[in-house]
Design a protein. Structure first.
Length: 108
């Protein structure tokens, strides 16, 4: 009687093992649908961790570059116009620097 119970338990354990293996394979096959989304989440998480490891000024430059790239893709004409305005402002500033310096010397 004890050996019958032992044999029944062993047979039941083997059935459970086979069923568990079958369920694991089924879950793995069904989980393939989520793989691309999980890869994207992993890439975003890795990018955030990379930015956190950078110094603050490097992170700011990186984010500014990403924003500029996004703006260029979204509105290229507006970015070109903004670039021309910045360039013109820089040229005006360079031309005014000697005048400002001479005024400071005269007043100071």
């Amino acid at each position: 009687m004890k050996s019958d119970a032992g044999a029944d338990l062993a047979a039941r354990r083997e059935q459970l093992r086979l069923r568990s293996a079958q369920l694991r394979e089924q879950i793995a096959a069904e989980a393939q649908v989520f793989r691309p989304g999980l890869r994207a989440v992993d890439r975003v998480r890795d990018g955030v961790q990379s930015v956190r490891r950078l110094r603050h000024n490097q992170a700011a430059v990186l984010l500014l570059g990403a924003a500029l790239a996004g703006a260029t893709l979204a509105r290229p004409r507006a970015v070109v116009n903004l670039g021309l305005r910045v360039w013109s402002g820089w040229q005006v500033l360079r031309r005014l620097q000697p005048v400002v310096r001479s005024l400071r010397r005269q007043l100071g």
